[in-house]
Design a binder for this molecule. Structure first.
Ligand SMILES: Nc1nc2c([nH]c(=O)n2[C@@H]2O[C@H](COP(=O)(O)OP(=O)(O)OP(=O)(O)O)[C@@H](O)[C@H]2O)c(=O)[nH]1
Ligand SMILES: [Mg+2]
Length: 132
């Protein structure tokens, strides 16, 4: 198996909704909805990676992030470690810079969208937290 990919993932949250983009068909897990984010590079921390990726992918300036959970998942073709953060303070308005389909979704809608398998635990945790 290849080296486990370290990925910084941001749950962009505002007023009970999260911002999602849809992965391009040619990408790994193509066609599925995702939380914006990407690979942590060799010379950076996961916080730096999240800040950089959310600026590159959706043009927001992350002002605060708090850890939600970490997920280790093995797909058939690769293994990932997702470090997932809630981002509820940011500058600017998220807008895909990569021409992806995008949108704000209420937590209750998430169950009906198609995500990569590893994301099920993120959805579960968000719904649990919202129940309090
Ligand atoms: N961004 C993101 N990646 C996810 C999620 N769930 C999940 O399994 N992944 C996996 O994490 C891996 C890395 O994410 P990525 O493709 O966004 O990485 P990146 O932005 O650096 O992409 P690049 O290689 O095009 O530069 C992919 O294999 C992707 O399938 C998610 O919710 N968001
Ligand atoms: Mg990405």
């Amino acid at each position: 198996m290849n080296k486990r990919l370290h990925v910084a993932v941001g749950v962009i949250y505002r007023d009970g909704q999260v911002f999602l983009t849809r992965r391009h068909q040619h990408q790994h897990q193509g066609g599925r909805w995702e939380f914006p984010g990407g690979k942590v590079e060799a010379n950076e921390t996961v916080h730096q990676a999240l800040h950089r990726e959310l600026m590159e992918e959706v043009a927001i300036d992350v002002l605060a992030m708090r850890p939600l959970l970490n997920i280790s998942h093995d797909y058939d073709d690769k293994s990932v470690l997702l470090e997932v953060f809630i981002v509820d303070q940011f500058g600017g308005e998220p807008e895909s810079q990569e021409g992806m389909e995008q949108g704000w979704f209420a937590l209750a809608q998430l169950a009906s969208l198609e995500f990569p398998e590893a994301n099920q635990r993120i959805i579960d945790k968000l719904l649990q937290q919202a129940a309090y």
